[in-house]
Ligand binder design. Structure first.
Ligand SMILES: [Zn+2]
Ligand SMILES: [Zn+2]
Length: 266
């Protein structure tokens, strides 16, 4: 499995690519060419072009959840019909708003159905050899109780949005599990613990993505204790992890930097 960071909040020195506060990873696994999230805008397409990554070859696309920093780029990818399987939770493409601002996907479910093969699933599913989409993640730890982020509209109702669709993917390597997450609204510890249950493997080799740790509070302390206990070799907290949280995590678990163009191979 080879992962290339196409979009991150951070860019790396001497690598002339563009960053934005979103997530998009390009993954090559077996014969599959997979995109995980699409960032906010068309930045992922521009960066891929400069890296000689041909996005017309992708056959699978996973959207971690419906927020615009992950699903905003969809309309730039699907300017025409493509033979791509899009895998996401059934609630991913609901109309989402917060403080009267639209914060959802740039394409509706109906629009997507016309341009790709939409596969909306809640259950854990193998999407490529040894690569599992987790589907709906249960809250395993009390300190990760889901927070409401705005509202979503469904069947003429306006409902508080606990981002139930938030998911992640897991690569089952010989060395243990490598977890790739978007924003971790489900809670990074619950995601890791659920991945262990689903894959029947307690070894966590690595985790990359947004852990949604922005404040210095009890949740951060409990998360740090959990990460330490799991003895994770390659930890890449990025996107929605504050500098303060990274510094606190690094005191007990070594962390690695993330930036556009970075390549991780397992
Ligand atoms: Zn989000
Ligand atoms: Zn995000």
């Amino acid at each position: 499995m080879k992962l290339t960071v196409l979009v991150d909040n951070n860019t790396l020195i001497d690598q002339c690519y563009v960053g934005e506060p979103g997530v998009c990873y390009y993954i090559e696994n077996n014969n599959d060419k997979i995109l995980f999230d699409t960032g906010y805008s068309n930045v992922f397409i521009e960066n891929a072009r400069k890296m000689n990554i041909d996005l017309s070859k992708i056959n699978k696309l996973i959207i971690s959840h419906g927020h615009d920093d992950h699903a905003g780029g969809l309309k730039y990818l699907f300017t025409e019909k493509k033979d791509v399987e899009l895998i996401a939770h059934p609630d991913c493409f609901n109309y989402k708003e917060k403080d009267n601002m639209y914060i959802g996907s740039s394409m509706t479910k109906e629009e997507l159905q016309n341009v790709c093969n939409l596969n909306l699933i809640k259950e854990p599913t193998e999407i490529s050899k040894n690569l599992i989409f987790l589907g709906e993640v249960p809250t395993i730890f009390d300190f990760e109780e889901r927070k409401v982020i705005g509202n979503y509209h469904k069947d003429n109702q306006i409902i508080e949005d606990k981002v139930m669709e938030d998911s992640a993917i897991v690569y089952k390597s010989d060395k243990g599990l490598f977890i790739i997450t978007g924003c971790s609204h489900s809670g990074i510890c619950s995601i890791i613990e659920y991945a262990k249950n689903v894959c029947n493997d307690n070894r966590i080799y690595g985790v990359i993505g947004g852990f949604h740790l922005l404040e210095n509070n009890e949740k951060l302390d409990k998360t740090i204790a959990y990460l330490k206990e799991n003895n994770i070799k390659d930890l890449y907290p990025c996107h929605c992890v504050s500098l303060e949280a990274k510094i606190k995590i690094a005191a007990s678990t070594p962390i690695k930097e993330v930036g556009v163009s970075q390549v991780i191979e397992i």
